[in-house]
Design a protein. Structure first.
Length: 159
């Protein structure tokens, strides 16, 4: 039985951006998109969430928990060349007027999300798509491997 003084919600200690990513991932799964967190499409870039759709489409979602989090992000323009669509995911209190109107917008919380504005489509070149799908698969497999084996050895293999 749980100690009443101990929080039982596993989300309590997660950073706000990870909590947004969870809600977005849950929502996108309902649209047949699978996601991975903190993926590196190329050296020097790390996206908060990358989604792979049923027809191979690739979306990048950047989770922003505050005005300061958004204004300090100087790399987001570099993410555009690594996806078919780009989105911001923010919580209900976020001042959405700060976000560029030419990008997608997702309103999210810990448990779900809603796409308020689709990002414009800019289809990836076939060679880049193939390379990204390969990286996506390896990233996901390494995360699963780390999860399985960290329970046995106490060691994590984060990509």
């Amino acid at each position: 039985m749980d100690d009443p003084a101990t929080p039982t919600d596993p989300l309590v200690d997660r950073p706000p951006g990870m909590r947004l990513a969870r809600g977005v991932s849950r929502h996108l799964l309902g649209h047949d998109f699978v996601t991975v967190e903190e993926m590196r499409p190329c050296p020097g870039l790390r996206v908060d969430l990358m989604a792979l759709g049923p027809r191979g489409e690739i979306w990048v979602i950047e989770c922003k928990s505050s005005r300061a989090d958004f204004t300090s992000d100087r790399k987001w323009h570099g993410y555009l060349e690594w996806c078919d669509r780009f989105f911001w995911a923010v919580g209900p209190e976020f001042p959405t007027e700060l976000l560029p109107v030419e990008t997608g917008l997702i309103l999210a919380d810990d448990y779900g999300a809603e796409i308020l504005r689709m990002g414009p489509e800019a289809r990836l070149a076939p060679a880049r798509r193939k390379a990204l799908v390969h990286r996506f698969a390896r990233h996901a497999a390494l995360r699963l491997h780390g999860l399985r084996h960290s329970r046995l050895s106490g060691v994590s293999s984060t990509p």
